[in-house]
Design a protein around this ligand. Structure first.
Ligand SMILES: O=C(O)CCC(=O)C(=O)O
Length: 274
């Protein structure tokens, strides 16, 4: 099934997204995309790009690997961003007339990876403000909550919180320049929160607000867990560079002006417009 079929997300899905901050949509992309995305995962693991986190370079086990911002140079990722249709679904769920693209994020956990993805909110990592910011996390492989899939604190996108970003590999990187409140230790007090997780099959997508608290365990399974998250900006978004945010696109790289809508077609291309 093609993502274009979902472009006008149903009212039910929009309501669920508005209320919970997250929805899963099955079979958003088909085998043609999955084959290409798997080949990108393989080639990134052996020949990583510029913006990489890698806890165990070269290893086939116990390795958390992420690679960001490949869309400008990798033709498969570029095609996926412009042609897969996920940007249209993102706009529909955010109830935005448009979506601009921010960046792509390949996320791989090899078998028996210890590193969890820490519980976090995305928006403090990024140089934007606005309620209409979301991710489309597309599963390239199967993933189960028990082993490696994503979990969310339902409704936390509406808490009005803005918690400090934390590096996925636990190291002191750019995120540590942020000064602010830490995300509560959700893992230590799971019963105090309404946690919802999603088992996924290859091609399923989880769309979630950049404000929702989410995380994942390592990978206790025996197979690779791989996904690609693409990041989408809606009508109400403004440019907000700040200390501790992702340096892939910094203030000097864009024509965007602080406090204004980021109409920079080079850096943040308009992918969907009603
Ligand atoms: O795949 C993961 O474990 C983390 C994904 C995530 O945090 C994101 O896409 O924002």
């Amino acid at each position: 099934m093609s993502a274009l079929i979902h472009e006008q997300a149903s009212d039910e899905l929009k309501n669920e997204y508005r209320k919970n901050g997250v929805v899963k949509i099955e079979q958003v992309v088909g085998d043609d995309w999955l084959e290409k995305l798997s080949s990108v995962a393989d080639s990134q693991l052996s020949n990583p790009g510029l913006w990489v986190t890698d806890t165990n370079p070269g290893a086939a086990k116990d390795r958390l690997f992420t690679s960001r911002y490949r869309w400008e140079t990798d033709p498969i990722i570029n095609d996926f961003v412009f042609k897969s249709g996920v940007g249209g679904i993102a706009a529909a769920l955010m109830e935005s007339s448009s979506s601009r693209f921010y960046f792509d994020h390949l996320l791989i956990k090899e078998p028996l990876t210890g590193n969890p993805t820490p519980w976090h909110q995305d928006v403090p990592y990024w140089p934007f403000l606005g309620k209409q910011i979301c991710s489309a996390w597309v599963a390239i492989t199967e993933a189960k909550v028990a082993d490696s899939s994503l979990e969310f604190v339902r409704g936390s996108h509406d808490w009005g919180s803005y918690y400090a970003p934390e590096a996925f590999d636990g190291k002191d990187g750019w995120a540590s320049e942020f000064e602010g409140e830490k995300c509560p230790d959700i893992e230590a007090s799971r019963t105090e929160y309404e946690i919802v997780g999603f088992d996924v099959k290859p091609g399923d997508a989880i769309f979630f607000s950049a404000w929702i608290i989410h995380g994942s365990p390592g990978n206790s399974g025996t197979k690779r867990r791989a996904a690609i998250s693409t990041r989408w900006l809606g009508d109400d978004v403004t440019w907000f560079p700040h200390a501790g945010c992702d340096p892939t696109v910094a203030d000097e790289d864009t024509t965007s002006v602080t406090g204004q809508y980021p109409a920079d077609n080079q850096r943040f291309p308009l992918i969907h417009c009603a």
